[in-house]
Structure formats: structure tokens, C-alpha cells
Design a protein around this ligand. Structure first.
Ligand SMILES: [Zn+2]
Length: 595
């Protein structure tokens, strides 16, 4: 295997890789945006349907024209942040994008006003391709304030909720924790000590959690003040912006409705037993009478140490997609052949993994650090699922319709993980192999569906308590958290007492103007499990449905899309399909103990 195979070829993104050429292209992007601004600023409210179409197509065309150059700069830096040219180009692209976004922000604002005055435009046949994009703008209009008020909000947020958010993040990242490792006392930051959560050494894991949360609990005044300020501010803004519930803003952002989310969360609550059954099985896999909180994300003691070469991984992942659909298989193959994946481990490379779409090239680029573990093969399958989404989107949609919200953005990727699971299970030879595979996906399902749901329940409780006029100090929030956690885990987990402070570190509770950011993870996970279940039930006739769904991008809401395919995501029946699938994996895992 040549090493080159694992290094991506970014040169396809640009006409020339000369830094001077790149810089010049970034400058010309800014000039083009300036032209649009001069031509349209303050004039959008007088446009007719054709005029709106022309403007939106112009903006989309510019995005496609400069996408390659901007991606080139960002991706080059992600692959090696120690490279001087990459540093310089990344900075240039970052600055250019900030300026562009600022300069073009008036378009959506003015369009919103135009549509409020002339709502018929949304349904105008001329604008049919942009219909849902415009509908989403319209949905925001009733909640916008006057220009002066909006300016005041920005000023108040800067030293208000934004400052609280910053304080929480700064406070957390500057805490230091002392822990003994192999007879040596180490003083570690939060980011460093949480690395021990996945240690095979159980005692070390326990001490890591204990040290962190006993430490964080001492500052409960800071965390509780921040949560209170951010949430109470949101409550006031709901009144001012006429959002009927604290969740409305997030529902609009995620292009979903309350009915669907309520059914989703009810399904989670009703099926907590499935999760508890898994937790008890996991205890058995770890040879423990019961799981403690510090075992939840721990590795299995008997997991096989099989390693995969890049070639093995490519073969397995391509075949998994190929078995689902020929075209998917050939696109995946193209990703490898054209070297759109960067798997090499190198200094200065961004940690984690991501897929960056390249709409103009009707393709995508993927970054990961490939260690040859089974988890790396899963990551590859996941990111390639995002790439498949991009292949479909870029062939059917305008760029404005490629902004898939977080509820549906993981559809291709998690579906791909399930396809890989199917393939790996088929070829696994021992019970230990099967257990390792099933534990990977059930761990992920348990985390995304159930653990994250307890955060949704906590957030809801916080707003209910504020509404009832209760004062939320640290102990009060901790009590709500323990209740939310118990609702789903029951008595299947032994929690260290200090784990009542677990909410203190979760950034989602503190994010200014970004409320209810947890349920999209739950949605995404169950949505894909339900779709996968339908695939199992319907067989090959399901394949074109998944393609239609992915190809639609953000041109329709997830609910509308599902309805067209004959599924009702506002019903609990739909979400229950997901639970059926999870239960099937659970049954398979259970069978490995008797068989
Ligand atoms: Zn993803």
C-alpha cells in the first residue's frame, strides 16, 4: 500500500495552487460581493419574483465559483496547521469569509421584509426552486424586532449572555485537576484529564470522574449563575419576540415542528427499558454485577484487537455501500480513487474527523486520522455517508437548498454505519467480534438517543421551573438533573454522588441564543434507525426512497419529505420503528451469550 493513497489531493479544488493566485481569487470574491451590495442594498423590497430569482441565483453562482478556493485554504490548514503557507491562507480565507458574510447579511433581512409585505411571492411559480428557502425566511419574520431593538439586543447580549457563555467556557478550561497515575501525581487541565474516562483501568476511570466532578461542584455558584442568566434572558426574549414556547426558536432553526418532537421524546421515555436492558448486558460484557457511571463509555475488556489496513477499510466500506446501491458503491470508490480522503496521521493535523462538501465539484473531501482500529473504519463509513449526501445534493439542488439542518444532516452518515455493521456482522467469525461490533453501535445509540435525551428533559425542566418562579441554585439544578437521568437509566447504573454536577460542564446549556440544541441529536439517531428498519422491511424498493430523501437537501422540511414517502414523523408509530431496530441489535447481542 503506498502511503500516497492516504493523503488527499487538494489541487483539484483550484486552478492553481500558487498562494498569490489564491489570494487574488479571495480578493476578487470580495469585489463581487461588494458589487451585489451596491446594486441591491436597500432595494430588495421593490423586487418582483423575477428580480428575486435573479438575485438568489447570482448569490448561488458566486458561492459555487469561490467554494473551491475557500475550501482549499481551510482544508490545507486542517491537514497541517504547522505549515506556514497553510497558516497564511487559512487566515486570509477566514477574514475573507467573515467580510463576505457581513456584507451579504442584508439579503436575507431585506428578503424577509419583502416576503412579509408580499407573502404571495413565496408560492410564485418563478421561485418554485426556492420555495422552502423562502418559507423558512417567512417563518422568522413575525419574531423579528425593529432595527433599533435588534441593535440593542446585540449590545445587551455582548455583555450579558455572551459574557456568561464565555465565562463558563473560560472557567472550565482553566480548572486544574490533580490525579495520581502510575504512582505519579499529575496536575491536568479538564481537556487532558477526561482522556482517562476511556482508560482500561477501572480504578483510574473512577478517580478521574471523581476528581473532575468534585472539583466542578465546588464552583456551583458560577455554573448556576450562568445557567440562570442565559435561561432567564431567553424567557424574556421569548416574550419580546413572540415565541410561544422556549423551544420555538430552535424548532424554526431546525425546520421541524413541536408535534414531531413531542412524539419523538414520548417514544424515548416509553422505551427506556430497552436502554436499561442494554446497560445490564454491557455490565455482563464487562464482567461486572452492575455498571457504574465510569463504565458507560469504557472499552470492552475482551474486544478483539483486529486491525485494518487502509486497503481493508476501503474494501469493507465500499462493499457495504455497494450492497445497498451500485451507484453509492461507485461514488465511494471514486472518493478513494480521486484521493479525496486524508487518513495519514501527522503532526499539526486537526483531531477528529469531518466531511467537507464540494458542491461545485459534485463531490466532497474527508479528513480523519486512520489508526487501523475498527472505530476508524466506522468513522470512514460515517464520513463517506456525508459524502454520498453531497454527491446527491450537488446533482439536484441549488446551493441555497444544500443547508441541511442538524436533524437530517446525519441521515447518510449513520445509515452508512448501519450498512457497515450489517457487512461486518456477516463476516464476523467469533462471538467476541460480534459483541465488539454490536457494542459499538449500541453504545452510540444509547448515548445519542437516551443520554442526550436526559439533557433535553433537564432543559425543559429548567424552563418550567423558571416559569413557576422557582429560584435555581446549583443544588436545585443538580436535583432536576438527577431526576432527568433516572427517568431513562432507572437503576441500571450506579452513579458517583458527585455526578449530580454533570450538567455543569455541558456547553449546550450556556450557549447564547442557541437554546434546545440537544434534541436534534436524538432526532437524527432515531430518524436513521427508523429508516433503516423500513429498508429491512421493504427491501430493495426502499433504496430509491432514501435517494429521494437525501437528494432533496433542505428544499423541503424533514416532515414534508417523510410524508411524501409515506411516513408520518409526527406519529409515535414512526419513531417506534427505530426502537424496533435497536431492540433487534440488542437481541443479537443477547444471543451471543447463549450461543
Ligand atoms: Zn456526521
Amino acid at each position: 500500500m503506498s502511503k500516497e493513497e492516504m493523503i488527499w489531493d487538494l489541487s483539484q479544488l483550484v486552478e492553481s495552487t500558487e498562494p498569490a493566485f489564491i489570494q487574488k481569487t479571495l480578493d476578487s470574491m470580495m469585489n463581487e460581493i461588494k458589487k451585489i451590495r451596491e446594486q441591491y442594498r436597500g432595494k430588495i423590497e421593490s423586487l418582483d419574483a423575477k428580480g428575486v430569482l435573479y438575485l438568489l441565483e447570482l448569490r448561488d453562482a458566486l458561492r459555487l465559483r469561490f467554494e473551491g478556493v475557500v475550501n482549499y485554504c481551510f482544508l490545507m490548514y486542517a491537514a497541517n496547521s504547522t505549515d506556514d503557507v497553510a497558516k497564511q491562507l487559512n487566515e486570509a480565507a477566514r477574514r475573507a469569509m467573515m467580510n463576505v458574510n457581513q456584507a451579504i447579511a442584508f439579503v436575507d433581512l431585506e428578503l424577509g421584509k419583502l416576503l412579509a409585505a408580499k407573502p404571495a411571492l413565496v408560492k410564485d411559480a418563478v421561485l418554485s426552486e426556492y420555495r422552502h428557502y423562502l418559507e423558512r425566511l417567512v417563518r422568522r419574520v413575525p419574531h423579528m424586532l425593529s432595527e433599533t431593538e435588534e441593535q440593542l439586543v446585540i449590545v445587551k447580549d455582548k455583555n450579558g449572555i455572551n459574557a456568561w457563555e464565555q465565562l463558563q467556557s473560560d472557567w472550565l478550561s482553566t480548572r486544574m485537576f490533580q490525579i495520581e497515575v502510575d504512582g505519579e501525581t499529575k496536575t491536568l487541565s479538564y481537556g487532558a484529564i477526561i482522556g482517562f474516562y476511556q482508560s482500561p483501568n477501572r480504578d483510574l476511570r473512577k478517580r478521574a470522574y471523581q476528581t473532575v466532578y468534585e472539583g466542578l461542584g465546588k464552583d456551583d455558584i458560577v455554573w448556576a449563575s450562568a445557567v440562570r442568566a442565559v435561561c432567564e434572558d431567553h424567557t424574556r426574549m421569548c416574550q419580546m419576540r413572540k415565541w410561544p414556547t422556549p423551544m420555538t426558536q430552535s424548532l424554526i432553526d431546525n425546520d421541524v415542528d413541536e408535534q414531531a418532537i413531542n412524539s419523538l421524546m414520548k417514544t424515548i421515555e416509553k422505551n427506556a427499558g430497552i436502554y436499561q436492558r442494554y446497560l445490564r448486558l454491557k455490565a455482563k460484557l464487562m464482567n461486572l454485577p452492575k455498571l457504574a457511571n465510569y463504565d458507560l463509555v469504557a472499552p470492552l475488556p475482551k474486544a478483539p484487537s483486529a486491525t485494518y489496513s487502509w486497503t481493508d477499510s476501503r474494501r469493507e466500506v465500499t462493499a457495504a455501500y455497494q450492497e445497498f446501491d451500485e451507484q453509492f458503491g461507485s461514488w465511494i470508490d471514486e472518493m478513494y480513487t480521486r484521493r479525496h480522503l486524508d487518513g495519514e496521521i501527522r503532526k499539526g493535523k486537526t483531531s477528529g474527523a469531518f466531511c467537507s462538501s464540494w458542491l461545485a465539484g459534485k463531490s466532497a473531501y474527508i479528513l480523519q486520522s486512520f489508526n487501523g482500529r475498527i472505530m476508524d473504519v466506522y468513522t470512514q463509513a460515517h464520513e463517506l455517508g456525508h459524502a454520498i449526501h453531497d454527491y446527491l445534493l450537488s446533482r439536484t439542488q441549488k446551493p441555497s437548498n444544500c443547508e441541511v439542518g442538524s436533524c437530517a444532516a446525519e441521515t447518510g452518515s449513520i445509515f452508512g454505519e448501519l450498512l457497515l455493521t450489517e457487512r461486518l456482522l456477516k463476516s464476523s467469525k467469533t462471538n467476541e467480534e460480534k459483541q465488539a461490533i454490536l457494542a459499538i453501535i449500541l453504545d452510540e445509540f444509547g448515548m445519542a438517543a437516551f443520554q442526550v435525551s436526559s439533557r433535553v428533559f433537564l432543559e425543559k425542566k429548567i424552563y418550567d421551573s423558571i416559569k413557576e418562579g422557582k429560584f435555581l441554585d446549583g443544588e436545585a439544578i443538580a436535583k432536576l438533573w438527577v431526576e432527568a437521568r433516572t427517568k431513562l437509566c432507572g437503576d441500571a447504573v450506579d452513579w458517583l454522588d458527585c455526578m449530580k454536577w454533570e450538567w455543569t460542564k455541558t456547553p449546550h446549556y450556556y450557549m447564547a441564543n442557541y437554546r434546545f440544541y440537544n434534541y436534534p441529536y436524538v432526532f437524527a439517531q432515531l430518524y436513521v434507525y427508523a429508516l433503516y428498519r423500513l429498508y429491512k422491511e421493504e427491501g430493495k424498493s426502499f433504496t430509491p426512497k432514501l435517494k429521494t430523501l437525501l437528494s432533496a437537501g433542505s428544499s423541503k422540511s424533514p416532515r414534508e419529505l417523510a410524508t411524501e414517502l409515506g411516513y408520518d414523523i409526527a406519529s409515535e408509530e414512526f419513531w417506534q420503528k427505530a426502537m424496533k431496530q435497536a431492540e433487534e441489535f440488542l437481541n443479537m447481542l443477547e444471543a451471543t451469550f447463549s450461543g
